[in-house]
Design a protein around this ligand. Structure first.
Ligand code: ASP
Ligand code: MG
Length: 419
């Protein structure tokens, strides 16, 4: 059996849904395929905005209406029969979403409320996809992934209860897959008391890998709008190279450094069961794409990874003493409490510097927590460059004309932070 993951771009409008159905058709036969789908287009961003507006107790109706219109238009283009049940289901989901927004209990944790709202994007897309594939005679069962992917309550970044999840998936899904397709949501999980969690932005890849792992899939496919795994983001580099084959290890490292191709948590479950991952273009489904597997090779083209919106923070002790392990412990604790991730760090005699993703709210909290103990300087709006498998040429190519604030290199990886 196989798992296909379709991201937002592959369901961004009616034509995209039609194209997707064609890819599923070509899979051959309508069984032994589980389809994981993300929210349509930029819906998750739109719902984040709706949520923040509602949370700030401002009028969110227009923003919500825009999202509803977007889904409604797509459905109208796909289902000519106005009495099709999909219309009612959509209506129902939007009124549930509206009720959730109206009843936000602001005593409850912000991140918890976020999950209850933003998760609607995937519920909507999967509902439309379920019905549309049915219409194309691709018989499928709609599965609510929140009933299978069991998590703790780390809202917005929920941790998987693997044993429980695997047991539930194995109990129900193989029998269905014997007969037909399954359509389910990416990004979502559920807690044991029925609340919705999310697995982190772009987390649908990870969802697909969880299903692939639990079902011992023969392969997982991620369908994207690029030809496969590229050595750089075409947004920033004109001369990108596609990797035909690349190892799990290499891909994990690239994801870790911020390559946005695949969610970082996706690879491990697949590698554990040696399930190959194909990254292919939904615009050119017969193209070769990239195969990620347990493979070896001599030399790989350097990979260029860019992380924008970085913040460089440096800490020094107030009394000009050296930064001790005890100081580091205090700093790490504060970072961990605030879930600020270190992308790069460097220690010198009297100061310790870290580069993290910029999050103004968490940054202010960090300053508040630590400013009694340290002198803290920070710079925002920076870029972190990483070159994996670098050589002199690749370094020259990116460093030229940049003001480098911090630089670090290992045998295989060159990183620097600049303005
Ligand atoms: N829709 C979610 C997001 O945009 C999950 C995903 O796309 O993988 O973050
Ligand atoms: Mg998305």
């Amino acid at each position: 059996m196989k798992v296909y993951k379709f991201g937002g771009a592959s369901v961004k409008n009616a034509d995209a849904f039609r194209n997707l159905a064609q890819i599923v058709q070509n899979h051959g036969g309508s069984r032994q395929l589980l389809i994981v789908v993300s929210a349509m287009g930029k819906t998750t961003n739109a719902l984040e905005h709706v949520f923040n507006t509602a949370y700030a107790q401002q009028d969110y109706n227009q923003a919500l209406q825009e999202s509803q219109d977007y889904h409604q238009e797509t459905v109208q283009a796909l289902f000519p029969d106005a009495s099709h049940p999909v219309y009612e289901e959509l209506e129902h989901l939007f009124s549930k979403l509206d009720a959730t927004l109206q009843n936000l209990n602001r005593q409850t944790n912000y991140d918890q409320l976020y999950d209850q709202v933003v998760s609607f994007g995937e519920l909507l897309a999967s509902t439309i996809l379920h019905h549309f594939l049915q219409l194309q005679h691709l018989t499928n069962t709609f599965i609510d992934s929140r009933k299978y992917i069991q998590t703790d309550t780390t809202w917005r970044e929920a941790k998987i209860d693997w044993d429980w999840t695997e047991r539930l998936i194995k109990r129900d899904l193989p029998a269905i897959l014997e007969q037909q397709l399954i359509v389910t949501q990416g990004f979502l999980g559920g807690t044991n008391n029925g609340l919705t969690t999310t697995l982190g932005r772009e987390g649908s890849d990870f969802s697909a890998a969880i299903f692939a792992y639990c079902l011992h899939a023969d392969a997982m496919y991620i369908w994207k709008d690029v030809e496969g795994l590229l050595n750089a983001d075409p947004k920033y580099f004109s001369d990108t190279v596609r990797y035909a084959e690349i190892s799990y290890q290499e891909t994990v490292e690239m994801a870790y450094y911020g390559a946005s191709v695949i969610h970082p948590k996706t690879i491990k479950p697949l590698a554990n069961r040696l399930i190959p991952l194909y990254v292919k273009s939904f615009l050119n489904p017969t193209g070769e794409g990239t195969k990620i597997c347990d493979c070896r090779y001599q030399k790989l083209a350097p990979a260029y990874i860019i992380k924008e919106n970085q913040c460089l923070i440096s800490f020094s002790a107030k009394d000009f003493t050296f930064i001790s392990e005890k100081n580091l412990g205090t700093i790490f604790n504060a970072l961990s409490e605030l879930r600020l991730k270190i992308n790069l760090m460097q220690n010198s005699a009297i100061s310790f510097s870290i580069c993290t993703d910029c999050n103004e709210e968490r940054l202010q909290k960090l300053l508040k927590t630590l400013q009694d103990q340290f002198v803290i300087h920070y710079n925002t709006g920076l870029i972190l460059y990483t070159i994996k498998n670098y050589d002199t040429e690749s370094i020259n190519k990116v460093v030229a004309n940049k003001e480098v604030l911090l630089e670090q290199r290992t045998r295989t990886t060159f990183q620097f932070v600049c303005k």
